[in-house]
Write a protein that binds this ligand. Structure first.
Ligand SMILES: *Cc1c(COP(=O)(O)O)cnc(C)c1O
Length: 830
């Protein structure tokens, strides 16, 4: 028998990782040593593993610089229409491997590291995740940046450079404990501060109405300091920019006008202004109406619009640089995409700039704004919709409130003229909600102020038109579109699962990495024994690697031959982690991994974590169960952990109540990585079933229509509880303290919720879910049949590339044309 290959040898054999030419490797080594010496100021006697990571990061970064400058020059000269993706979240994860993959440097760097006596995966593990997001919405923004660069769009991501990203989760005695994510502590080699482009952002103050226009005066100023991060396209020499703003107090802050506490106090108070970019709000699908959050939302919008307008004004006329003054052509040169309502203030802010500063008539400013802006909705859950109290607005952004009132008045006049006498409709469609506290409905503002409104999966877009935005759809049907979400195949296949990428490339070539629809060619290989064997072997290797990781990190041994049944996603009642718990309790015979985070203020979510860890304590220590079932709650789910867990999954849990998960993107990552899905007909699961064939997924439970019918009839949990003995047993066990012997009533709240006020109808899908899991078990006992279904799923997953999503945004909303052409390579480095 030949000796098993080491990880290094295995990696070397994989061709999708780029060529390790001798010249490349030798240059990389030279530059690595140069950075260790000149940048890190270390020699090899004292260098730490982190120093080596930084030396490698700088070495790889050098390959971006020429391309970055050239790309931006190219945009300046060609002056194409620019796309601005505005988002309060960019959940980027790590940059090193992604940069190497997109620049085809991976094998060369691996070889260089090896020759230097270093292991590249060890070094990669030193990089902090850029965790500037909560979950799907933030990760979508990151996948979109990769696709926009890979499709050659002149695009920019604009957001906030949070000093603290999503918290680190620790599990202490089964409970979630949050720790600050101090991700910038050792420095960030991927960003470049640009203090020369600092911009002022105004808050508070009051408005003055003069004959020549409105002035916003007596404001407090905070400076926005931009940090640029390169966004490389896939092997096309394009490097776009993600610009994140950091808050900086002006030098004179609190000294001139508010000099009460004296000089020292004034300097200390600079923190107040700089707190704006301190921390990411850790809520997923939940609106928290805090002043600091509203400040963040305006801060990113105000700074970004100054950039957009400056770049618009500097236009090239032939070879001459001229100042563009005709704002009516703004929509021809600029598209602004709003990632949810979080950056909705872009709409009144653009009007303010055009009317108050550029002196455009209201009608023109309005027309330009609507044609420039487009809005993506991410949820129909009422608790997630932003509705800001008027009082907060009045104090913080008095001029914007006036503008919103003006927009609303004109909007309601139009509604009234189209639907004379329909007072209820007027009330429903107003941007201002009356009744109790007056609030601004930000979704309504976005719909009225945009030329396109989209949902993120077909079923979700249909629900928007039929329910939450029905009135708006009836009035302006042309605005409503669908753009089904996607994921970047670079990070979510080539990077995280090179073994699978390679066995695919061996059959159909490497072009699928740019054009994922080519995966359908794998249909010719569903009966190919060698391919079935290769796919199964890669999965087994991934499972072994993940099992080793779990053992090292958590001292739990899991049987790599058992099914890896994984539900990883933020914890939320609508995602129904509790349904999964009930299955585990009932059946006790499957290997199950659960990873997720709860928002720090979400009590039920934290209790769900406690329940999962409690079930784990009982099940994992039951000698009768042995290694047939382990329940693992992995701490600190994040992009990097997703990259490790998803390639190892056999079964993907996508079990939200139909109609509640707008799209999901985790579902797509699993599908592409060779897991089968057990799921409801919700979000993008519906389209996954369409693409792979419904018979190749494990679909169960109520459809949206069934949920609606049940709502009409009235959902009664005890009906199910009394009728289904196994359900009753599981619930009774939780209630009686079987999983919490020291504190029997620990889960009383959860049981109470499930029995009496469960908005997401867990029990209604219990029976069908159990039956469906039985089908899963039966198929898993036939490995060949299982792997054939896996192949059919991979072959059907091409639609879910974010390249497809972005091409549709480009053509159908932004009016720009995607391209797979390379741009000229710079004379890099030399
Ligand atoms: C993809 C992803 C998500 C979204 O997962 P869903 O199952 O769609 O909710 C959340 N967090 C991370 C780290 C991800 O990579």
């Amino acid at each position: 028998m030949s000796k098993p290959l080491s990880d290094y040898d295995k990696r070397k054999q994989i061709s999708v990782r780029g060529l390790a030419g001798v010249d490349n490797v030798s240059d990389l080594k030279t530059n690595f040593n140069r950075h260790l010496h000149f940048t890190l100021v270390k020699d090899r006697n004292v260098a730490t593993k982190r120093d080596y990571y930084f030396a490698l990061a700088h070495t790889v970064r050098d390959h971006l610089v020429g391309r970055w400058i050239r790309t931006q020059q190219h945009y300046y000269e060609k002056d194409p229409k620019r796309v601005y993706y505005l988002s309060l979240e960019f959940y980027m994860g790590r940059a090193l491997q992604n940069t190497m993959v997109n620049l085809a440097l991976e094998n060369a760097c691996d070889e260089a590291a090896y020759q230097l006596g270093l292991d590249m995966e060890d070094l990669e593990d030193m990089e902090e995740d850029a965790g500037l997001g909560n979950g799907g919405l933030g990760r979508l923004a990151a996948c979109f940046l990769d696709s926009m660069a890979s499709l050659g769009l002149a695009a920019y991501g604009y957001g906030i450079r949070y000093e603290f990203g999503i918290f680190n989760q620790k599990i202490v005695s089964g409970w979630q404990v949050e720790e600050a994510d101090d991700w910038l502590r050792y420095g960030n080699p991927w960003e470049k501060a640009r203090p020369e482009y600092m911009r002022p952002v105004h808050f508070y103050g009051r408005t003055e109405h003069h004959p020549d226009g409105v002035k916003w005066v007596d404001t407090q100023v905070v400076l926005a300091l931009p940090y640029d991060t390169p966004v490389p396209g896939y092997r096309n020499n394009v490097v776009n920019t993600m610009r994140l703003w950091s808050a900086k107090a002006p030098c004179e802050f609190n000294l001139k006008d508010f000099n009460v506490g004296g000089y020292i106090q004034a300097v200390l108070d600079r923190n107040l202004a700089e707190n704006i970019s301190r921390v990411l709000y850790p809520n997923d699908n939940f609106f928290e109406g805090k002043e600091l959050r509203l400040k963040q939302e305006y801060f990113v919008v105000a700074a970004t619009l100054q950039d957009i307008i400056r770049r618009f004004k500097v236009s090239k006329f032939g070879s001459r640089e001229v100042v563009r003054t005709d704002f009516t052509c703004l929509p021809k040169k600029v598209a602004i995409q709003l990632n949810d309502t979080h950056p909705a203030l872009a709409i009144p802010e653009l009007i303010r700039v055009l009317v108050d500063e550029e002196k455009l008539p209201w009608e023109n400013a309005w027309d330009v704004t609507v044609k420039t802006c487009a809005y993506t909705n991410h949820t129909v859950l009422p608790e997630a919709l932003e509705r800001w109290p008027i009082d907060l607005f009045q104090t913080l952004l008095p001029r914007h409130l006036e503008i919103i009132y003006e927009i609303n008045q004109r909007h309601l006049e139009r509604v009234a003229s189209l639907y004379p006498g329909d007072m209820e409709r007027l009330q429903r469609m107003s941007l201002i909600e009356e009744g109790g506290m007056k609030r601004v409905n930000m979704a309504h503002l976005c719909i009225v102020g945009s030329h396109a409104v989209n949902g993120v999966a077909q079923i979700h877009s249909d629900i928007l038109k039929a329910t939450v935005f029905k009135d708006f759809y009836e009035m302006d049907p042309h605005k409503f579109q669908n753009k089904t979400n996607g994921i970047t195949p670079r990070r979510w296949l080539v990077m995280c699962n090179p073994g699978l990428a390679e066995v695919i490339a061996e059959r159909i070539g490497e072009d699928f990495i740019r054009d994922l629809s080519q995966l359908r060619k794998l249909h010719s290989f569903v009966d190919d024994d060698a391919f079935i064997r290769d796919v199964a072997k890669v999965k087994q290797e991934n499972k072994l690697k993940f099992a080793t990781h779990l053992e090292e990190q958590y001292k739990v041994k899991i049987n790599p031959n058992s099914i890896f049944d994984i539900q990883v996603k933020r914890i939320h009642e609508y995602k129904r982690q509790l349904l999964n718990c009930l299955h585990i309790i009932t059946y006790y015979n499957r290997n199950c991994v659960l990873l997720s985070q709860a928002a720090p203020g979400y009590h039920t979510a934290k209790m769900i974590i406690r329940l999962v860890t409690a079930i784990g304590e009982v099940v994992n220590n039951d000698p009768v169960v042995g290694d047939r079932l382990k329940v693992i709650f992995l701490e600190n789910y994040r992009v990097t952990l997703a990259e490790k867990a998803i390639p190892a999954a056999d079964l993907s849990e996508q079990i939200s109540t139909a109609g509640t998960e707008a799209s999901g993107t985790g579902n797509m990552k699993f599908m592409l990585n060779g897991a089968l899905t057990i799921g409801t007909m919700d979000g993008a699961n519906v389209e996954m079933a369409e693409e792979a064939g419904e018979e190749n997924l494990f679909i169960f439970g109520m459809r949206v229509e069934d949920v609606e019918a049940l709502d009409k009839k009235g959902y009664n949990a005890s009906e199910y509880y009394n009728r289904i003995p196994e359900l009753k047993l599981a619930v009774d066990q939780i209630a009686a303290g079987f999983f919490s012997t020291k504190q029997p009533d620990l889960f009383k709240g959860i049981v109470d919720m499930l029995m009496h006020h469960d908005r997401f109808k867990v029990f209604a899908d219990y029976e069908d879910y159990m039956k469906c899991q039985e089908k899963v078990s039966a198929l898993y006992k036939k490995p060949r049949e299982w792997t054939k279904k896996v192949i059919l799923n991979i072959a059907g997953s091409g639609k879910f590339s974010s390249d497809r999503t972005i091409s549709q945004y480009a053509r159908e909303i932004w009016g720009v044309e995607p391209s797979l052409e390379k741009i000229a390579a710079p004379d890099d480095l030399k």
